[in-house]
Design a binder for this molecule. Structure first.
Ligand code: ADP
Ligand code: MG
Length: 309
């Protein structure tokens, strides 16, 4: 376990000059003043989700309850197939829950129900960029759907392009960009919507180690600046601890909360913190919890394969 952590440090922190691949240039995070500072709580109450019918039914979530507080960075950690994406889709208003409730509410006005999806925006691992639209066209798309004039939306999009370090690439198509740059387009496209809740489903999982680090740094700066409510799905323990105010550890399917680990590391978070004793203790505690669930998830998969003709 400890050697895993050390290898993470080596892979992610050391400048790899020997490979000729130096760490990417720091990206200036000059977020436009446009971003809304309103906070929203996400209250999940006893959400159960059953997919499919009859014999092919799958219970993805079982009575999942948690209060994701306004302005907090919450990481959801759990083995593959435990219902993390399902939960994010329900909170984002993309799927109705089989049972239970989700409320996105202004903590000052908890009595006022807001329609699900209205206050959140999602960032996925598969970015869903329009391949035929250039960078600015992709980023401004949501504003176009709102009916904003071309001049206004391009003005705003330009500010976000600068903030995520893509100046000079406005007219490139997604296919002409690296994976990290495409991920920045996806992030800018989400941020430009100025929603108080950011739902991120393994957004950096497909990136190489160095690009991932740059994107984590960017996201931390964005969070320090905007204090949105962020729900961030990951299966990487280090990432969850480095980014989150809390790590919500889920059980193997059906997903329930196994434990919520508060992360009291100071902000701003620095990558060098992974070398501290506090980080190490949090890693060990989280690893211990998740190991049981990953083992259970693997046993589920093996049983499924064995039951197939
Ligand atoms: P995770 O994101 O934690 O890997 P998911 O939420 O994607 O897990 O999936 C949880 C379970 O629900 C899995 O068994 C998956 O196959 C199933 N599932 C997810 N989405 C659907 C769907 N739209 N239809 C049927 N089954 C689904
Ligand atoms: Mg998933």
């Amino acid at each position: 376990m400890r050697s895993r952590r050390r290898s993470f440090r080596r892979a992610n922190l050391a400048p790899s000059s020997s490979s000729g691949c130096s760490r990417q240039l720091p990206i200036p995070i000059l977020l436009p003043q446009l971003i809304a500072q309103i906070g929203m709580d996400v209250v999940v109450e006893e959400v159960t989700q059953i997919w499919g019918q009859g014999l092919s039914q799958v219970k993805a979530l079982d009575c999942f309850s948690h209060h994701f507080r306004s302005g907090r960075f919450s990481c959801l950690l759990g083995p593959s197939g435990c219902g993390k994406s399902t939960l994010i889709q329900i909170i984002g208003g993309l799927e109705p829950a089989t049972a239970g409730h989700v409320r996105v509410q202004d903590p000052q006005r908890p009595d006022r129900a807001r329609p699900l999806g209205a206050d959140s925006v999602m960032v996925w691992q598969n970015l869903n960029l329009f391949p035929w639209r250039n960078v600015i066209g992709n980023i401004a798309f949501g504003l176009e759907m709102r009916g904003m004039s071309r001049a206004e939306r391009y003005h705003r999009a330009n500010a976000f392009i600068a903030s995520v370090g893509l100046r000079g690439f406005e007219h490139h198509l997604p296919g002409q960009l690296s994976g990290g740059m495409r991920q920045r387009v996806a992030l800018a496209r989400a941020l430009i919507m100025e929603r108080p809740v950011l739902l991120m489903d393994e957004p950096f999982a497909a990136l190489d180690a160095q690009t991932k680090i740059v994107m984590q740094e960017e996201l931390l700066k964005i969070f320090d600046r905007t204090h949105k409510t962020i729900l961030f799905v990951t299966h990487a323990i280090e990432e969850a601890i480095l980014l989150g105010d809390e790590v919500v550890v889920m059980t193997a399917r059906p997903g329930r909360i196994k434990e919520v680990i508060p992360i009291a590391l100071p902000r701003p978070r620095l990558l060098e913190m992974v070398n501290t004793k506090e980080f190490g203790a949090l890693f060990d505690r989280t690893f211990h919890l998740i190991r049981e669930e990953v083992t259970a998830a693997l046993a589920q998969q093996a049983a499924l394969v064995a039951s197939q003709p």
